[in-house]
Design a binder for this molecule. Structure first.
Ligand code: PBG
Length: 326
């Protein structure tokens, strides 16, 4: 007996690439960049090899390094010079992200997405305005609607500074409609919103919280970010963001949540983004440092998997590494 159907025929050199179902391109990638008001020089981020906190005067050079690999887009995160209860520096006209946006707008062709959240700007590290006397309150909560007012103001401030797209990541209910109407009211009807629609309360954000200095000083984010156990709830979150006017839908993290990426791809008609987060990056680098994995191979395979699951866009710290090989 010999098999008549032999899938191996299409795996030979020469044909294997031709029949590949998924192909990566540098324009699939969005690279996160940390702009830091507290430093005059680039500071390497220990848990994220190859990434740095960059001062405003270096931001154009940093983004140019990314653009030469063929990548067209970056996502900006800010580390402000000071923090307070309400995150005042997040919507300051001379805030660190605003200054970086102006430089990038004037001096580069990058498509710049501004992550919008309060955790890097509040002294307590939560993504919004706290209820009551937080430090002594056992039942700490972030006030949803008071936080929305802050998000509206930050969105306007980022648009004023030249952000090409706004990406709210705070997981407050109603954040998309609030930001949409704030932008429209200010004459920014053409600025799209990429909603972090399904963002999970994930332990894979650890290295980012070191990088952006945004770990909660107490408590956790369980009362606003999603439970990793839930899939139907993601569907509900995404539906709400679509109804509220989200232009693109982001799932975060990516690799442990590929079922969610596939579900959003299947059921909604907006572009889908997936955020290959800091922990997903750091664990592969840690294994590679021990000589247990080949970093370029696993980076490429990770991004192929995320695209195969249905992502149109991949926010990833691996962007440059993989783009350079394509
Ligand atoms: C919050 C935000 C976080 C990340 C992106 N935006 C951290 C959090 O929710 O705690 C994590 C990204 C990563 O881990 O790479 N503004």
């Amino acid at each position: 007996m010999h098999p008549t159907d032999r899938p191996r025929r299409l795996r030979a050199d020469g044909i294997r690439d031709i029949v590949a179902e998924t192909r990566l391109s540098p324009s699939d990638f969005v690279v996160p960049v940390f702009v830091d008001a507290t430093t005059d020089e680039r500071v390497p981020i220990e848990s994220m090899p190859g990434h740095e906190r960059v001062p405003v005067h270096e931001i154009v050079d940093r983004v140019e390094e990314i653009l030469v690999t063929g990548i067209e887009s970056v996502m900006l995160f800010g580390i402000p010079e000071s923090k307070d209860e309400v995150g005042s520096r997040a919507d300051a006209d001379d805030g660190v992200v605003q200054r970086a946006l102006r430089r990038l707008d004037a001096e580069t062709d990058a498509y710049v997405i501004a992550d919008l959240c309060l955790c890097e700007y509040t002294d307590h590290g939560h993504c919004g305005i706290l209820e009551g006397d937080a430090e002594h309150d056992a039942h700490l909560t972030v006030r949803n609607d008071a936080t929305l007012d802050r998000y509206a103001s930050i969105a306007q401030s980022y648009a004023d500074a030249g952000a090409d797209m706004i990406a709210p990541s705070g997981m407050m209910d109603g954040q998309i409609e609030t930001i949409r109407s704030a932008l429209d009211a200010d004459g920014y009807a053409e600025v799209p919103i990429m909603a972090y629609a399904a963002k999970y309360e994930s332990a894979f954000y650890g290295p980012f919280r070191d990088a952006a200095d945004g770990a909660p000083a107490f408590g956790d984010r369980r009362h606003y970010q999603m439970d990793p156990a839930n899939c139907r709830e993601a569907h509900r979150e995404v539906s709400l963001d679509v109804q509220q006017g989200a232009d693109a839908l982001l799932v975060k993290p990516a690799l442990s949540y590929l079922d969610i990426v596939a579900d959003v791809r299947e059921n909604f008609d907006r572009p889908v983004a997936a955020y290959n987060v800091s922990g997903e990056y750091a664990m592969l680098h840690a294994a590679a440092e021990k000589g247990w994995l080949d970093i370029e191979e696993v980076a490429h395979e990770s991004l192929v998997s995320i695209k195969r699951a249905g992502a149109d866009l991949i926010v990833t710290y691996f962007g440059e590494t993989v783009a350079e090989r394509l």
